[in-house]
Ligand binder design. Structure first.
Ligand SMILES: NC(=O)c1ccc[n+]([C@@H]2O[C@H](COP(=O)([O-])OP(=O)(O)OC[C@H]3O[C@@H](n4cnc5c(N)ncnc54)[C@H](OP(=O)(O)O)[C@@H]3O)[C@@H](O)[C@H]2O)c1
Length: 317
């Protein structure tokens, strides 16, 4: 299988960090990568996160489909991973699987990202020597693709959880799928949380100092991040942790703006592992926990795991 990831720009400045030769007809397409025999391309739309969420959805979807068809026809790609907000605007990738013009497989990469997020939470608790049964957890974006899986896995381990989202009916739907002591909220009700997981499609930072309890730990999975450098500086007591970064051999370095050397997003790794396993299936929409477990085994098998916690790429110690 030949893979391609389709992402997008984080903001206007992102283009400055992308090699000029990657820009092709309003798309970003890397030269072919060869990762231990698996070939593929890192690609993206030239839209910023804000444009992804603010332009009419049909327009953004058309650009995603055009890119998928280009990759299929010109580069013989048959496995596409929808990166960052391309998942949010395609109903978790389901929409792309319904387009006849693209004939390959689709993966949102969120299964391994949800697994890695839960692992980051576990590592953070060990690092700070904290016991989840005494703590309050808050998940922002709790009924999203990643948020739902993380909620199902983590809530029963914590003393109390606050599940946050913008739509009350979707929060109510989520409550029938999870066990544990939790409440739901359409407000950014995180000020009592000891640990916060962000997994939103909000196109910029979301949390300000008043949302953060003293010494709170924030696993920030969202891309763009939901907790900014500036807030981290204003609140030295809190600990922000990059969600979703895993180890990746430096020799295969992929020039994605903001990614530290030796790391890569877990969603990109998921599709590379799927190609390595020749798993000829779509993995879109709500996450099957059985598949999530499978991606954890793949991660261990290929060494794409979290070895250290980082904040904006810097090791936390
Ligand atoms: N680090 C990594 O390796 C990695 C990998 C994959 C994805 N990601 C990032 O993870 C995030 C989630 O991805 P996903 O695929 O799970 O997206 P998703 O399925 O679209 O879920 C995002 C959720 O966020 C909610 N949301 C948006 N703005 C919000 C706000 N202001 N307050 C509360 N909730 C809000 C949305 O609610 P509505 O549906 O009501 O709008 C939606 O339920 C994205 O930022 C993505 O880029 C990171």
């Amino acid at each position: 299988m030949k893979f391609a990831t389709i992402g997008h720009l984080i903001d206007e400045k992102s283009m400055d960090f992308i090699p000029k030769e990657w820009a092709i007809n309003n798309m970003i397409v890397s030269p072919e990568k060869n990762i231990n025999g698996i070939k593929g391309h890192i690609t993206g739309l030239t839209l910023t996160a804000r444009q992804m969420m603010e332009l009419p959805i049909e327009q953004v979807r058309e650009k995603i489909l055009d890119t998928a068809i280009f990759l299929q026809e010109v580069h013989e790609v048959d496995l596409i991973q929808l990166g960052a907000l391309t998942t949010s605007v395609t109903s978790g990738g389901v929409w792309l699987t319904q387009q006849n013009e693209y004939k390959g497989f689709v993966n949102h990469g969120d299964s391994y990202t949800a697994a890695v997020t839960c692992h980051a939470v576990e590592k953070a608790l060990n690092f700070y020597n904290k016991e989840p049964s005494k703590l309050t957890l808050s998940i922002i974006g709790s009924y999203g693709v990643i948020g739902e899986a993380v909620s199902k896995i983590l809530i029963s381990k914590f003393k109390k959880s606050i599940l946050i989202g913008r739509r009350l009916e979707k929060l109510k739907e989520l409550t029938s799928k999870i066990d544990g002591n939790f409440q739901i909220s359409t407000d950014l009700d995180t000020a009592s949380a000891d640990i916060i997981v962000t997994a939103t499609s909000h196109p910029k930072a979301l949390l300000n100092p008043t949302h953060l309890k003293k010494n709170a730990i924030i696993i920030d999975v969202s891309q763009p991040p939901n907790l900014s450098h500036e807030v981290c500086k204003l609140r030295p007591d809190i600990c922000r942790i990059d969600g979703g970064y895993v180890e990746f051999p430096v020799k295969h370095k992929i020039n994605i703006p903001g990614i530290p050397s030796g790391k890569i997003f877990s969603c990109i790794v998921e599709v590379i592992m799927q190609a390595m396993e020749n798993d000829r299936n779509n993995h879109v929409g709500s996450i099957e926990l059985e598949h999530l477990e499978k991606t954890k085994n793949w991660g261990r098998k290929y060494g794409f795991v979290i070895n250290e916690l980082t904040n904006f790429g810097k090791t936390i110690n």
